[in-house]
Unconditional design. Sequence first.
Length: 188
Amino acid sequence: MMWALIIGTIPTGIVGLVLEKRLEVIFHDLRIVAAALIVNGALLWMGDRLQKRRAMQAPEKLTFRQAFLVGLAQIGALIPGFSRSGLTMIAGVGARLTAEAAAEFSFLLGTPIIFAAGVLELPKLFHAPGQLADSLLGGVLTGIAAYLSVRFLMCYFEGHGKLASFGVYCAIAGIFFLGWFMMHPQPV
């Protein structure tokens, strides 16, 4: 599993490092985020349909090829508005993993990339020492929330939860916010 996580992390790590500055600009345009939410919703809905049609293999048969394909999907999450876990679960199902195995690998695959992103942002805290305590508290609370969320979602997917429900929510939120941002332009 360790090698599968390493192989799955490599594509996003490379793209994230190479395009770091360009991707940072996207975070400031909320219209792009809203549009990405709509596309994300459609992908989640289609991924749920894909899951119903695929012949699945046992979770313990995760191959390096499958890990790499799931890792490629994680690149999409570098654009704000896309669900990293949703994209990687869809890719896992597309790579013929069961929904449970795709969810498990997706959540495990998030750990190295989220940790690496945090390490890259850490030096910025030393330039603003007043924010260090706030950042540490935020990190601890985020870690607790992430743990509880993963526990909940694993139970949800083991109970045959559907990505389509979250996809519909994302699409509706994206349409609402895209309309809002078009009617209320951001100051430049």
